[in-house]
Design a protein around this ligand. Structure first.
Ligand SMILES: Nc1nc2c(c(=O)[nH]1)N[C@H]1C(S)=C(S)[C@@H](COP(=O)(O)O)O[C@H]1N2
Ligand SMILES: [Mo]
Length: 315
């Protein structure tokens, strides 16, 4: 287990540097200033300044920020790793950004980003992220547990899973045919996974507001699962009774399951899951490969969620 617990378990380790907003980005577009209410400004500097380090990937080095903002998977903006950082910045997330929470709930609810940001203090958490394509990064996220948002509604006893949906505008994004997966991008978690304290709703990283290519303005981070479970730019959350369809499992069910827990003992037809390349470390000719860990190294926290399950069948 690589997460270093603070002596006072929880949130005692305040980040040393002041966390600030990347104002230059807003100045460059101008619209955030003129529009006044333009979306990224909803992430208030004061909130970010309150961010604390609750979890830390320990001895592992945080991946350089420029790697994490320029090597992306965000198929809505292109299928090449360099395309989201080229195409997504032109996108203006709608303002106000709202998230609809519905389904098996007593009363559906729509919250905008400002309301969501008031729900809990933001925390900084350093998590490993392991893509099924056998690369990994270590990222300091800013957000709070997804459970805080889910607890804004009363779900019914029928609710067993939570389904998530990404914003989709066919005029500004690829078509499903171009991308090879269904849009809007769909993801899902079992209710206990969604409520797990490691599951984060994030609005920033590296002390700054999330860039579009990383899933602005609001993105899920589920660190013990393959990267595609960490759905970007979320607009809809639905409590459901049945296991919901997900974009990747719809496109290739044998390769992508619903659970998709990081698992070096279950091979993927295209990429080995036994080891991973840690991006930003090692040079051009000596890339750094490390062993992939079960549950991405978070087994101590999450293995009990899967007790009694056959994980090669429920992959
Ligand atoms: N909406 C949406 N979310 C998505 C994806 C995507 O294509 N669309 N790609 C996923 C995959 S495969 C990975 S590895 C991570 C990549 O996140 P990053 O680009 O911020 O590193 O986002 C995930 N979330
Ligand atoms: Mo991925």
């Amino acid at each position: 287990m690589l997460i270093r617990k603070a002596a006072n378990p929880g949130y005692s380790e305040v980040t040393p540097r002041e966390i600030y907003l990347n104002r230059r980005r807003f100045l460059a577009t101008g619209s955030a200033i003129l529009g006044g209410l333009a979306m990224p400004l909803a992430v208030r500097a004061a909130k970010l300044a309150a961010a604390k380090t609750a979890f830390n990937a320990g001895a592992e080095k945080v991946t350089p920020q420029n790697v994490v903002t320029s090597y992306n998977n965000f198929y809505e903006f292109g299928t090449g790793k360099d395309e989201p950082s080229k195409n997504a910045p032109k996108w203006q997330p709608i303002s106000p950004w709202t998230v609809r929470i519905e389904g098996e709930v007593a009363q559906p609810k729509t919250l905008d980003l400002d309301q969501i940001l008031k729900l809990a203090p933001l925390e900084e958490r350093i998590y490993r992220h392991r893509c099924v394509e056998a690369w990994s990064i270590v990222v300091p996220w800013i957000g709070f547990p997804l459970s805080v948002l889910l607890n804004q509604v009363k779900w019914t006893s029928k609710a067993k899973f939570v389904a998530f949906e990404t914003f989709y505008d066919p005029k500004q994004m690829l078509s499903p045919r171009q991308a090879g997966i269904q849009f809007p991008y769909l993801e899902g978690l079992r209710l206990d996974e969604a409520l797990h304290p490691l599951t984060l709703l994030t609005v920033g990283m590296y002390g700054e507001t999330l860039l579009n290519q990383n899933g602005a303005p609001l993105r899920l981070v589920v660190p013990w699962k393959y990267g595609f479970k960490s759905i970007k730019s979320v607009v809809r959350i639905r409590f459901v009774e049945e296991q919901p369809p997900t974009a990747w499992s719809l496109s290739w069910p044998a390769a992508y399951g619903f659970y998709s827990n990081v698992n070096p003992t279950r091979e993927h037809p295209r990429w080995s899951q036994k080891e991973e390349q840690r991006l930003g470390e090692g040079g051009l000719f000596n890339a750094k490969f490390i062993k992939t860990q079960m549950f991405n190294g978070y087994g101590e926290q999450v293995a009990k969620l899967y007790e009694g399950m056959n994980l090669s069948r429920s992959y």
